[in-house]
Design a protein around this ligand. Structure first.
Ligand code: FEO
Length: 398
């Protein structure tokens, strides 16, 4: 059965959601699913923005055929070549061989790497400042390099004042019947997924997001149509405020996330004590997470939310407890900035994970690592109460 949604009289969502896929990019768990958005322009000339992932091919093709009816497809506009939106390009062109595929110069290089037959596609190469008219709609192309692929284009439509924003402003989470974000409770239904999507997929590219946000300031944007998640037509300032914070590595709140690793429960017990003390001392929103039991993408999302990050783990094979080391590597890969770290190390004979974590964190820009490393010799006891207290004081006081 076709499932499409009207956005305006002449723009429809013809994408599909996937609730069966375990991991996006085979990396990030998505228990909430994901939508692959594609937009159909019903104008003097017909156009489609992007296709969808191969996992939803049947639904997508059904939606596309139903939307076109007996019209032909004139343009297939490709805003970037990542396969979650492009894996059906070959099938769409095979169905509509006269279609003109629209994209940037590098888009077509990548297209031919994925689909050698693209050499014979009808192509229209566009770049920043170029326009494409379908009749009532005129699309202005805006370059958004490295948000988060090199060849990304946005398109702004004069008629609807809609910004087709590729992956920017998208989110994990299948659509639940509604196409507009104002049909949902953003904070309850999508904010955590949107932050996790941003931090893990786009987080490294804050300066590039800033550059494109500046370009967007010059446009009268009334709607944002991303490639994942609902369309925004109201309260755009809420979304833009989040992007401003996230892309400048400013925390959303002054909260504390305590991430611990524990082999036998002793570091866990110490983390319990730290969290209790932090609450007593007025640290505000304190969350505690087991680094072993939590996919690193959720930890990264918490880093984008919180100002202060407490890392507590054993020394393992003379190094950092491996799941914690993975978390540290991911933070470095995503260019985490502007955070405060407090460290606790456990070791029965040679505790050194705190020093090693501090060394790894020293490469992060504008981050403070508190000097007072809490050392746990196997387990904390009453004699350690003073050290524990000053550890918590240092975190609250910074
Ligand atoms: Fe959703 Fe960059 O692809």
């Amino acid at each position: 059965m076709k499932c499409t949604k009207k956005i305006t009289d002449s723009i429809s969502w013809i994408g599909a959601s996937d609730l069966r896929l375990d991991r996006f990019e085979n990396i990030f768990p998505i228990p909430e699913g994901v939508s692959y958005n594609s937009y159909f322009i019903d104008d003097e000339k017909t156009a489609v923005f992007d296709t969808a992932d191969v996992t939803v091919a049947d639904q997508y093709i059904e939606n596309l055929k139903a939307s076109l009816g007996d019209k032909k497809l004139d343009y297939l506009i490709v805003l970037h070549m990542e396969p979650d939106h492009c894996s059906l390009i070959d099938k769409v062109v095979a169905m509509y061989p006269d279609v003109t595929v629209v994209g940037g110069k590098q888009t077509f290089v990548f297209m031919q790497q994925f689909f050698p037959e693209a050499a014979s596609f009808n192509k229209l190469e566009v770049k920043e400042g170029d326009t494409l008219s379908t009749g009532a709609h005129t699309f202005h192309f805006v370059a958004a390099p490295m948000v988060h692929w090199p060849e990304v284009l946005f398109a702004y439509d004069d008629a609807s004042k809609a910004l087709f924003s590729a992956d920017a402003f998208g989110t994990f989470g299948a659509l639940q019947g509604g196409i507009f974000m104002d049909e949902y409770d953003y904070e309850k239904d999508f904010l955590d997924s949107a932050r996790r999507y941003y931090a893990n997929i786009v987080g490294k590219y804050g300066p590039q997001v800033q550059a494109v946000l500046k370009k967007a300031q010059g446009l009268d944007i009334q709607m944002i149509l991303p490639l994942h998640g609902p369309v925004w037509r109201k309260d755009l300032n809420v979304l833009l405020d989040k992007y401003q914070k996230w892309s400048t590595y400013e925390s959303e709140e002054d909260g504390v996330i305590v991430v611990y690793g524990s082999l036998y429960g002793h570091t866990r017990s110490a983390a319990d004590a730290v969290c209790a003390l932090l609450r007593e001392k007025g640290a505000g929103n304190v969350r505690q997470v087991d680094v072993s039991g939590t996919d690193v993408s959720y930890l990264i999302s918490e880093v984008w939310r919180c100002k202060k990050i407490v890392l507590m783990c054993p020394t393992y094979n003379g190094g950092i407890y491996p799941p914690m080391e993975n978390f540290l590597s991911d933070m470095a890969a995503l260019s985490v900035q502007n955070r405060v770290f407090a460290l606790a190390q456990n070791g029965t004979w040679a505790p050194m994970s705190g020093k090693l974590m501090s060394d790894k964190l020293s490469g992060l820009k504008n981050c403070t690592v508190l000097e007072n490393i809490l050392t746990i010799k196997s387990a904390l006891h009453e004699k350690d109460a003073e050290a524990l207290n000053s550890f918590a004081d240092a975190i609250v006081g910074v």
